[in-house]
Design a protein around this ligand. Structure first.
Ligand SMILES: Nc1ncnc2c1ncn2[C@@H]1O[C@H](COP(=O)(O)OP(=O)(O)OP(=O)(O)O)[C@@H](O)[C@H]1O
Ligand SMILES: [Mg+2]
Length: 235
């Protein structure tokens, strides 16, 4: 029986499957053979600074040298170029956002997607609609993060990857952004979210992996990992 998106497991279909993945910068091994999967669900990657979380995202996108297998929608993609992986439906909201600061909200979005998807993005973030003609560089950090998430969404992703969307934001903004990501999940878009904010990650994801020093040290359902919160930062 098909499981509901966001429910526990998501085992019916693998959207993303990573097997024994290693990643290297100048010969130093930063990911040490990790395996994980994302089904039709939201999955979180937790872990301290320097654990290799962003490197994992770069590896999935083909931006770093890797060994091992990466399957997306049943197809091996580890030998594909970055733009080919993106064309297959992998969409990333990156660390540092990487928006065009002088362009308006709407131009940032239109460069990535089409007008049909703008409507969806504006429904999700009404504030962006109000400010659609405003240059991105004049917006608050939280608003810029909304633009970055919206830009990933308008690409009609088959997998949305978010790199620490809550970083540096006030709790009220984190709440807004968390609610928006939950809505994206509920649209049926599989989500892989990297977070250090365990509370936010657990509100969005059904399962999580804990990455420490390039290795997965814990994995399981959010329910199972719930008591992680207290001692997680000592890992
Ligand atoms: N371009 C690079 N060249 C060399 N080493 C790098 C490069 N990028 C990252 N590293 C190293 O790889 C390791 C993992 O970095 P990564 O950015 O993946 O960690 P992270 O878990 O995303 O951390 P953070 O939470 O601070 O974003 C770190 O030791 C980092 O110094
Ligand atoms: Mg990072």
């Amino acid at each position: 029986m098909e499981k509901k998106a966001g429910s526990n497991g998501g085992e019916s279909l693998n959207i993303l499957e990573v097997k024994n993945l290693k990643a290297y910068y100048n010969g130093s091994e930063v990911l040490k053979g990790i395996s994980l999967r994302v089904g039709k669900e939201a999955v979180a990657i937790l872990g301290p600074n320097g654990a290799g979380k962003t490197t994992l995202i770069k590896a999935i996108c083909g931006l770093v040298r890797t060994k091992g297998e990466i399957r997306f929608l049943g197809k091996s993609i580890q030998n594909l170029k970055t733009h080919e992986r993106i064309r297959l439906g992998i969409s990333v909201c990156p660390e540092g956002r990487r928006l065009f600061p002088d362009l308006s909200v709407e131009d940032n979005l239109l460069l990535a997607g089409d007008e049909d998807m703008l409507k969806t993005a504006y429904e999700l973030f009404p504030k962006l609609k109000e400010r659609r003609n405003q240059p991105v560089k004049t917006m608050s950090g939280g608003e810029q993060q909304m633009v970055a998430i919206a830009r990933a969404l308008v690409q009609r992703p088959k997998l949305l990857i978010l790199d620490e969307p809550s970083i540096g934001l006030a709790p009220i903004v984190v709440k807004t952004i968390g609610e928006a990501i939950a809505k994206i999940r509920d649209m049926g878009i599989p989500v892989l979210i990297v977070e250090q904010n365990v509370h936010l990650a657990f509100r969005i994801a059904s399962r999580a992996y804990v990455l420490v020093k390039g290795e997965i040290v814990k994995e399981g359902s959010v329910e199972k990992l719930h008591n992680l919160e207290e001692h997680y930062f000592e890992l």
